[in-house]
Design a protein around this ligand. Structure first.
Ligand code: HEC
Length: 128
């Protein structure tokens, strides 16, 4: 009789664990990493108040270089995009067109540090 009680307890324990695992699968959005959330914020700023998408596309040059090109060069050179967006670092991608990009510093200089870092993370998510 005692053995039966122990067996029953074990079975109950196992079925509880199973339910927990199923619950986690039901809510996958709670499993987003901090990095994924940062990239999403970056994309929101890029497409929203930053207005960056007007001149930058993921993989093709329009008015500005593609996000992919910028990210790849910044990664290679280990450059500081946040400093650039604050107007505190020289252009390294296409210095001949710097004047066009410079007009955006009136927007980027007023963005909180968190959003500048998010923009950087969004760019880096396209790096090769
Ligand atoms: C009016 C068009 C325009 C808009 C809007 C624009 N850019 Fe640019 N961007 C450019 C051009 C042109 C270049 C190439 C010149 C250069 O490299 O500085 C550039 C270059 C860059 C670079 C590379 C800088 C380097 O080191 O050479 C980054 C990073 C960048 N843009 C980020 C952004 C972000 C973030 C936004 C939105 C807040 C944005 N841009 C909005 C035109 C634009």
């Amino acid at each position: 009789m005692k053995k039966l009680a122990i067996l029953f307890t074990i079975l109950l324990f196992i079925s509880c664990k199973k339910e927990e695992a199923q619950k986690e699968n039901l809510y996958p959005e709670t499993q987003k990493t901090a990095e994924e959330q940062q990239i999403e914020l970056g994309q929101a700023v890029f497409e929203g108040k930053g207005n960056c998408f007007a001149c930058h596309k993921p993989d093709q040059k329009i008015i500005g270089p593609s996000i992919q090109e910028i990210a790849t060069i910044y990664k290679e050179k280990n450059a500081d995009m946040v400093a650039f967006l604050k107007g505190k670092a020289d252009p390294i991608v296409d210095p001949s067109q710097y004047e066009v990009m410079k007009t955006n510093f009136s927007i980027t200089k007023n963005l909180p540090e968190e959003e500048l870092k998010a923009l950087e993370a969004y760019f880096y998510s396209f790096a090769k």
